[in-house]
Design a protein around this ligand. Structure first.
Ligand code: GTP
Ligand code: SPV
Ligand code: MN
Length: 608
């Protein structure tokens, strides 16, 4: 179709050309430019309800909120269909799928040809991070999914504002993000509730700074401002521009003495970022404020401190396990309404439910597959990777600084993961480079956030394995280089945490959630030099007395605490060959220094 550019709400030349080009290729019925207004959101929601794609929740339960159930095969990120298409294969590195960019473009161009037949093409302008940032990171997603358009309004700064800013002081650069569900409707063909295609491609062209996604409507595959832009493409920008784009939460913690600390935490998908970001501390006198739950862009300030900014505007949180006893602040955020729920269960009175939301399960539900569900059904009512999409500004403990383009100085970085054994509740590294070593060796059991087997231990450096947009060896080197990229670097202290250690009978040893404030208190005690630790071959761990157990002495007795803090030399010795195998896989660009650190660790374990 031909595009009437005089009707388009922008004069941005490159954008208009790209929109015309994509319209000519994908042949939608119409083109719609999103303005990001409430009226638009309501209209799209009403259209989706009328089409049978969405349910509107009862306004008295959750106002202005919608329920979606995806195709049962389109419920998570598809890592084996995710590609980094750099010109040279070595630049994608040993951990990413790679195809020659020209070849990939040829294949995908044929998939996109006519792929929007019978559909509206939404043009979705957005900005990752505050629009008034020094160097705002713009993007435009073209998508044939109204679910994507609605979700992008929650997850990003979307619509008229960013579009206008994109032409302020001349046409500004933007990342073109092309998305099609790959389900064209031919004349007379009826739509399905969740259109998608068996063949999926989530493709990044790091040198062009472009994203092409095909075949999936699910979160990380389709909301292209999130993982695709803010991690895979942004990590490449960050490498080139001397900063870090990371899969991290950002939390502000204030001690009883009134001192504030900013903590960033990198845990793999479905390993506790949202929960820690919204923590309700059980330790008396401590308060927490949320800055971000998934992504952290860290840049040096003039003085050499790393300042973190959350580029997102909403939370795309794991629903199961989110409840009043575990994450009350998330519950309050979604109770504000204006939210989208995907693949959770529905109650008979127009609300949503998932495992872990309430202490008692409702007697009857409609499960995520649309089937009637009772306590006897014997299946989970919500998909394990079901999600809520909800605006940040509804979070009752949101920090005032969340929208500050300068970000916040990060005092500590936590790496973490889900490990039933070996990794203690918390350990402190001895230097930045030791922190990078530990980050590079991090491992975690796989979760339902990505398609594939759940519960398999894999290495996940800095919780970024699926999100590094370039060679992972170069990425680790870039982390080491942070020490030399500023004349006077004041880098955060690095810790490693594990909330998920289990006893021999398979129970979590540590109560987690709000009780993690006890670990945070120890961490800031280490920053201030007031908390005790013992040195072990793998780092400093708290003495038994250094973790405040006031009120949980019975649940976490000395024996349990010792078990959760234990650095077991034999367990660690079993870890060494796995790390060796991993470092070997990372190949020729992996920093030699870390091989030496590994030798030192082996020696320390042998001498322990
Ligand atoms: P993504 O959005 O996929 O990046 O996940 P996330 O890292 O934000 O994980 P989230 O906070 O949503 O937690 C994932 C799951 O882990 C949920 O089911 C939580 O209930 C559970 N979880 C989070 N924190 C803890 C904890 O401290 N202890 C235990 N046992 N479970 C936790
Ligand atoms: C994750 O998997 O880490 C998520 C959800 O935060 S997604 O947006 O699908 O990547
Ligand atoms: Mn995530």
């Amino acid at each position: 179709m031909s595009v009437d550019t005089t009707q388009a709400p922008t004069t941005h030349k490159a954008l208009l050309e790209w929109v015309s080009e994509i319209a000519a290729l994908t042949e939608p019925d119409s083109i719609y430019w999103c303005d990001g207004s409430q009226e638009e959101y309501d209209r799209l929601g009403a259209e989706l309800v009328a089409a049978g794609t969405a349910f509107k929740l009862d306004d008295s339960k959750k106002k202005n909120s919608y329920y979606f159930a995806s195709d049962p095969d389109d419920v998570a990120r598809v890592e084996d269909r995710t590609y980094i298409c750099s010109t040279e294969e070595i630049d994608a590195g040993p951990t990413n799928n790679w195809r020659d960019p020209a070849e990939m473009k040829a294949v995908m161009t044929e998939l996109y040809r006519g792929s929007m037949h019978g559909r509206t093409m939404y043009v979705i302008p957005f900005c990752m991070g505050p629009i008034d940032a020094e160097d705002p990171k713009f993007g435009v997603e073209i998508s044939d999914s109204a679910y994507v358009a609605m979700s992008m309004r929650i997850m990003t700064r979307m619509g008229e504002g960013p579009l206008k800013a994109m032409t302020t002081g001349g046409d500004r650069a933007f990342v073109p993000c092309l998305h099609s569900v790959g389900f064209p409707l031919e004349e007379g063909q009826a739509d399905v509730p969740w259109p998608c295609n068996e063949e999926k491609y989530i493709v990044h062209f790091p040198e062009d700074r472009a994203i092409w996604s095909y075949g999936s409507g699910y979160g990380g595959n389709a909301l292209l401002g999130k993982k695709c832009y803010s991690l895979r493409i942004a990590s490449v920008m960050a490498r080139d521009e001397g900063w870090l784009a990371e899969h991290m939460l950002i939390l502000k913690l204030t001690s009883p003495a009134g001192k504030a600390y900013h903590i960033a935490g990198a845990f793999p998908s479905a390993c506790g970022k949202t929960n820690l970001a919204m923590i309700d501390p059980t330790l008396d006198g401590w308060t927490a404020e949320t800055l971000g739950d998934d992504i952290n862009w860290m840049r040096f300030d003039k003085e050499g401190y790393l300042r973190g900014v959350n580029p997102e505007n909403g939370f795309f949180g794991v629903a199961p396990g989110t409840g009043w006893s575990t994450n009350p602040n998330a519950m309050r955020t979604i109770d504000g309404g204006n939210s989208i729920f995907t693949n959770v269960a529905r109650t008979l009175d127009g609300d949503v439910w998932w495992e872990g939301m309430t202490d008692e399960n409702p007697a009857e539900l409609i499960d995520w597959k649309g089937e009637p569900w009772t306590l006897e059904s014997g299946v989970k009512a919500a998909h394990p990777n079901s999600r809520f999409t909800t605006p940040m500004d509804q979070c009752p403990i949101l920090s005032d600084e969340w929208d500050d383009p300068k970000g916040v100085r990060i005092d500590a970085i936590l790496f973490g993961g889900r490990r039933a054994t070996t990794i203690p509740l918390v350990l402190e590294t001895s230097s930045w480079s030791h922190g990078v070593f530990v980050g590079a060796t991090c491992s975690s059991e796989t979760t339902a956030a990505a398609k594939g087997k759940v519960g398999v231990v894999r290495r996940d450096p800095m919780a970024m394995l699926p999100f590094i947009g370039y060679n992972a060896g170069d990425y680790i080197q870039h982390w080491l280089d942070m020490e030399t990229l500023h004349e006077t670097p004041h880098l955060p202290k690095v810790f490693y945490v594990n909330w998920f250690r289990k006893s021999d009978d398979g129970k979590f040893l540590w109560p987690g959630f709000g009780e993690n404030s006890r670990v945070l208190a120890w961490i800031v005690g280490r920053l201030d030099g007031t908390a005790d630790a013992v040195q072990t071959p793998v780092g400093f761990v708290p003495t038994l007395d250094a973790i405040d157990r006031t009120g949980i002495e019975d649940e976490v007795d000395d024996e349990t605490l010792a078990a959760v803090l234990k650095v077991d030399v034999d367990e660690w010795k079993q870890e060494i060959p796995l790390i060796e195998e991993w470092f070997t896989k990372l190949g020729e660009r992996f920093p030699k220094q870390l091989w030496k650190d590994l030798e030192d660790l082996k020696t320390a374990l042998d001498n322990a």
